[in-house]
Design a protein around this ligand. Sequence first.
Ligand code: GDP
Ligand code: IMO
Ligand code: MG
Length: 432
Amino acid sequence: MIVGAQWGDEGKGKVTDLLAERADVVIRFQGGNNAGHTIIRDGETYKFHLIPSGILYPGKICAIGNGVVIDPKVLTGEIDELRRRGVDISGLRISANAHLIMPYHVLLDTAGELKLGKLEIGTTRRGIGPCYADKAARLGIRVQDLLDEKILRKKIMAAMEPKQQMLRPFAKDPELDLQTMVQTYVAYGERLAPHIADTARICWAALDRDATVLFEGAQGAMLDLDHGTYPFVTSSNPVAGAASTGTGVGPRDIDEVWGIAKAYATRVGAGPFPTELDDEMGELLRERGGEVGTTTGRPRRTGWIDIVALRYAARLNTMTALVVTKLDVLAGIDPLRICVRYRHPDGAVFDEFPFHQSVVHGATAEYEELPGFEGEIGACRREQDLPPDARDYLNAISDHLGIPVVLVGVGPGRDQVIWMGREAEPRLRAAA
Ligand code: GDP
Ligand code: IMO
Ligand code: MG
């Protein structure tokens, strides 16, 4: 399983693409098109919002699990774009139980943010929160409802009814017209029908024949609805445990959980970020790391790597290994800083992530300094090719977390990775 260990955008797409080669099924288990997963292959860039990042392998089963919320407009757009680029999408499967993002979810997301004003969460405004809210309220529309116009119409009416007041400002929006909505969604259903499937059963069948299922997480642990920096979180659970509910595969079937972390930290949207850099260094990281949101194009906030938050993520996910991406971005920066604890204004010190939101908001990061490393590392392919100070930096992270670093990213390209010596090989074999 691939999960985000920070605030999202750690490079999950690239790692999933890399591991998908050895997997038989790749499945997304939560989130929706708030995600933006980038893959760069042979100089070509692909950005996936809903389709699993394994789709570039012709015929590979790539499933969208029941825990995902699907905007069919975005999904059909993504399918069209891939077809246009000559990608075989015959392996795409869509859970019949996944919930659908409806036009009113998108409008309500925006309206909610506008209402919050300065207190906004900074959502992607893709309707994610309102869609999961309807799912919990049992007012959701599911993929299978697309296949029966009568049921679809009834369910949309029932779902819209309690929202009348909130939707009043959009009364004239043509997308909200019941007839139009039903027709549009029936048309989506016709297009998606060949891909609609029982995705849980597909995973079980693969596991029963000892094949490999790769779970692709979206967002990251610190955006988790239960464990993240609530309310500045997403509306699903990006932690490993959610893969079970989001696909139907029980926890005992999962044997490896790889957390993906950048060599520094970023966050898009509002909310506490103790290691944030508001200075030139932050700007340098943003510029060198190309830190602009894949989905919304917003500049990402940047900061030093945060061991307190990572240790929390490692525990929450029972991580078996860590992947550190974008090490190349840190080349030439001296010294490098690693946040090892938080300090509250009253003097209290936190080695572990504080459960109280006010403490996180008020926390200042305390750092350990390490010497930086010089030179371009984008061409390094073996651990021993890395400058000793770069290796020391990775070892420091691994030692603090008590988890091996198995893979390191040294550039955005597919081949720009280093499999780390002793740890990588057996794990890779086990995972395959
Ligand atoms: P995801 O949401 O976790 O899949 O990550 P995103 O795709 O939103 O953001 C990660 C960005 O970093 C993408 O633009 C990737 O192409 C890029 N990237 C991934 N790994 C590396 C790396 O090791 N070095 C550099 N420089 N860029 C990387
Ligand atoms: P990937 O999968 C980074 C953030 C938003 C906002 C908060 C809530 O590419 O890592 P939402 O639209 O989900 O209700 O917004 O979560 N967010 C992400 N940040 N990467 C993502 O996905 C994100 N998906 C949501 O910026 O702060
Ligand atoms: Mg992303």
